[in-house]
Design a protein around this ligand. Structure first.
Ligand code: ARG
Length: 458
């Protein structure tokens, strides 16, 4: 059987395809972060208090120049990882060795692909989490402005799916916004736990040389290095699982929002109308406008959860130290994040284009919807609640002729402590955006300093 010479030995093609085939494709998403990680590692090596120097200052500069070149190629989709490389790490080493000769062979001193991929995935997760937060904040803002625009539009509040109490489109929309803002807290928690640098843990057990893990961590703009080197490797998979679980909360919100939209756009309700460009037709039934985006979002929520559980399942029986099984988490991780982000991105313009049909929303009110409000009105006049409850139950006819627009919005809604404070939502959305801005600025500053060129590259 045909074999190939790789940087780390001769491997037959079947083995290469089986062990690295898919990974080589996925690793294209890690080229930039891999180069940034290497720049930090090499910089740290150049500062080590050993003689002779592992890497001289001049060598450091040359390696970094080579890395910046690769980052530029990656941005233009021009850097290709080959199967014989097995992964991005050895592809970068091969390229640098071709360019710099023996110097390229020094970059892997005191490091393993195991801590290298761990740092790559953490840097990747950082960026992805910030993007997700940005996109979630945009959707939360769209929901709040939809709610605000329609705050005076009455909507039957349902429990058990049955008509319950008078409510409003404003309350409905911002309920989903608040859910999403809570999901942002989960994403930020995941971000903070992820914000630890595993580089320097090497294969799993560290190296017997005085490397400076704090320095590497600082150079990369991480909050701190992971403490125990073995845990730095055991923590792989656990980190992906945590991030996916935060993503899956986002998808839970999106799935329930989708479900609501599907119900309330049914012709029987016709409360809302989705923008036509977010619906699809039928090949046989000419009249159809199907809410496929919502249906798929509901289904994709299951897939993101499956990705989370998939990673969990991969690692739950994983013995301590690096195991190659971890590689299989990469696809689930990347796909789960990409699906969540795509869902956020499509839901935002969909909400922005959704119309509330005030007439139908008002027509949805049957007199009994006012029963609780009326009972509480009687309480205000001095009747014990249970008596008022029974009185209304027996005299539902008294509730006829209540105008929903007048009744709810002025009485129940405006004065009642329902949580429809626009300033509250504005503040929470702004706080998420501020976190993203600050974190991104700090990271770009650290990487620009490390590479000696403005990052992100033009
Ligand atoms: N592609 C590998 C992964 O994702 C990189 C680390 C490989 N390490 C090894 N010792 N074979 O885990």
């Amino acid at each position: 059987m045909a074999k190939q010479k790789t940087t780390v030995g001769i491997i037959n093609n079947e083995t290469l395809a089986y062990t690295a085939g898919r990974d080589v494709e996925l690793d294209h998403a890690l080229i930039t972060v891999d180069c940034i990680g290497t720049a930090a590692h090499v910089t740290m090596l150049s500062k080590m208090p050993v003689q002779p120097k592992l890497i001289t200052e001049d060598e450091r500069k040359r390696v970094i120049e080579g890395l910046v070149e690769i980052i530029g190629q990656a941005q233009r989709n021009k850097f290709k990882i080959q199967l014989a490389d097995q992964d991005v790490h050895l592809a970068v080493e091969r390229t640098l060795t071709k360019k710099l000769g023996d110097l390229g062979k020094k970059i892997h001193t005191c490091r393993s692909r195991n801590d290298q991929v761990a740092v790559d995935l953490r840097l990747y997760a950082k960026e992805q989490l910030l993007q997700t937060l940005d996109e979630a904040a945009a959707l939360a803002a769209a929901l709040v402005s939809f709610g605000r625009k329609n705050k005076m539009v009455p909507m039957v509040g349902r429990t058990h799916m049955q008509p319950g109490m008078p409510s409003s489109v404003g309350l409905w929309a911002t309920a989903h916004a608040e859910s999403l803002l809570d999901d942002c807290v989960g994403l930020i928690n995941a971000y903070e736990l992820n914000d630890q640098c595993p580089l320097g843990s090497a294969a799993s057990y560290g190296v017997p040389l005085p490397i400076d893990r704090q320095l590497t961590s600082d150079l990369l703009g991480f909050g701190r290095p992971t403490h125990n080197v073995l845990y730095a490797n055991n923590g792989r998979g656990k980190m992906e699982n945590l991030v996916l679980s935060a993503m899956s909360q986002v998808m839970l919100t999106l799935s329930r929002l989708s479900q609501d939209l599907m119900i309330f756009t049914m012709p029987e309700f016709d409360y809302f109308q989705l923008p036509a460009e977010f619906c699809t037709g039928s090949s046989i039934m000419p009249q159809k406008q199907n809410p496929d985006v919502c249906e798929l979002m509901r289904a994709k929520a299951s897939r993101v959860k499956a990705a989370e559980l998939g990673v969990y399942d991969l690692i739950k029986g994983s013995p301590t130290g690096y195991n190659r099984d971890l590689q299989e988490a990469k696809e689930l991780f990347m796909e789960g994040i990409a699906t969540t982000r795509a869902s956020l991105r499509i839901m935002t313009p969909m909400i922005q284009g959704t119309k509330a049909n005030k007439k139908k929303l008002i027509a949805g009110f049957t007199p009994d919807v006012f029963a609780t409000d009326r009972a509480l009105e009687l309480v205000g006049e001095g009747m014990p609640f249970r008596d008022a409850y029974h009185y209304i139950k027996e005299n539902l006819h008294e509730l006829e002729n209540i105008d929903p627009t007048e009744a709810i919005l002025l009485k129940t809604h405006m004065g009642a402590p329902l949580g429809l404070d626009w300033e509250y939502f504005k503040g929470r959305i702004a706080a998420v955006k501020e976190t993203v801005r600050e974190e991104r600025k700090a990271f770009n500053r650290a990487v620009s300093k490390l590479l000696g060129v403005k990052y992100p590259l033009k």
